[in-house]
Design a protein around this ligand. Structure first.
Ligand code: MN3
Length: 241
């Protein structure tokens, strides 16, 4: 039977006083499930688009704010949104990005989830692989390992550039640690070192959308600029540990 407004208010008052005296109200307010009710739909999604580690225009003139507005604001965001849609209502909602990537990498029935989760990871890693006033030389243990595993920093750059420019179609060039030895690898589409038991230290996105607005078809110029002006050696050193 529907309650009149007065009856409804009365029952609410009764409920409120019951909650207040029982301490239940405090418990309800402390419950994260209750707190999420006040958040927007986007905030309750398992994954959110991470902010760039620098301002959109911080890498100009080498990488434009316009490139970031599309690459971060549209491409990276779309991977986040797609991933959230694909895992909604599955047990993956509670998993970390890395767990999702590892669980789906060899499962052809979950290729969409792998592609989108890996691309979320790859792009966040790529932004951190660059910094304003980047480039220059690595130092410390990383510098020693580059010299011992590649011969010299110049030889590393040459090999990295070859990998990045010979990746046919879309993909990524990486500096990785593979069982303690530094290697350069290239991967296609969303593929990444984590799927091959390797530890990523640095990456360069060589999908056309990464450079087309600033460099059009000149991928070699883009990769040289990445290595000479943008690369964040501190980030690579931190990843090497
Ligand atoms: Mn990209």
């Amino acid at each position: 039977m529907p309650l009149t407004k007065r009856e409804f208010n009365k029952s609410l008052l009764g409920l409120a006083s019951l909650l207040a005296t029982s301490g239940l109200m405090e418990e309800i307010m402390a419950n994260p499930a209750f707190a999420t009710e006040t958040k927007t739909k986007e905030e309750t999604m398992p994954f959110t688009l991470p902010s760039l580690p620098f301002a959109e225009n911080a890498l100009e003139p080498y990488m434009s704010a316009k490139t970031f507005s599309f690459h971060h604001g549209k491409h990276h965001k779309a991977y986040v949104d797609n991933l959230n849609k694909l895992i909604a209502g599955t047990d993956m909602e509670k998993a970390s990005l890395e767990e999702i990537i590892k669980a789906t990498t060899k499962d052809s029935t979950k290729q969409g989830i792998f592609n989108n989760s890996a691309q979320v990871w790859n792009h966040t890693f790529f932004w951190n692989s660059m910094k304003p006033n980047g480039g220059g030389k690595p130092s410390g243990n990383l510098a020693k390992k580059i010299d011992s595993d590649f011969g010299s920093l110049d030889k590393f750059k040459e090999d990295f550039k070859t990998a990045a420019t010979t990746q046919f179609g879309s993909g990524w060039a990486w500096l990785v640690s593979d069982g303690g030895k530094l290697k350069i690898i290239k991967t296609a589409n969303a593929d990444l070192p984590l799927a091959h038991g390797q530890k990523a230290l640095l990456t360069c996105d060589v999908w056309e959308h990464a450079y087309y607005l600033d460099y059009q078809n000149r991928r070699p110029d883009f990769v040289s600029t990445f290595l000479d002006k943008l690369v964040n050696w501190d980030f690579a050193a931190k990843n090497l540990g």
